[in-house]
Design a protein around this ligand. Structure first.
Ligand SMILES: [Zn+2]
Ligand SMILES: [Zn+2]
Length: 126
């Protein structure tokens, strides 16, 4: 598995940061449509538990996905969306100027617009 990263702005006075990890995580949809986070390791068995042990592969695939950490470039709201299934729109201001956290890496920080947003290897392997 990939290394865990810390995501943050290099400007010390800014403090903008994202959740540590890989920038995304697996989820499984419960019967009521709620997305249950399936943490690594053991995400496959957790997903089975949520969806049902007797689910077919097709059902399993259609009810699992990956939520990505997203950042609104306009108001710097952070939220999680599945870019393959969801419209990327900010729940706070309605903007569609959304970047995935992983795609922000190497770009200018959206909050202070001065520092660089970087991913630092924590040395931890999940
Ligand atoms: Zn916004
Ligand atoms: Zn910043």
């Amino acid at each position: 598995m990939p290394l865990i990263h810390d995501y943050y702005c290099t400007n010390e006075t800014c403090g903008f940061s994202g959740p540590s990890g890989w920038g995304y995580y697996m989820y499984a949809e419960a019967d009521d449509g709620e997305r249950i986070t399936c943490p690594h390791p053991g995400e496959q068995s957790k997903a089975r538990e949520v969806i049902g042990e007797d689910a077919t592969d097709e059902e399993f695939d259609s009810r699992t996905g990956f939520n990505y950490h997203c950042v609104c470039i306009d108001c710097v709201e952070q939220f999680d969306r599945d870019p393959h299934r969801d419209q990327l729109r900010c729940p706070n201001c309605g903007s569609t100027a959304i970047e995935l956290l992983v795609e922000l890496v190497g770009q200018r920080c959206p909050e202070c617009r001065d520092g660089d947003f970087i991913a630092e290897d924590t040395g931890a392997i999940a």
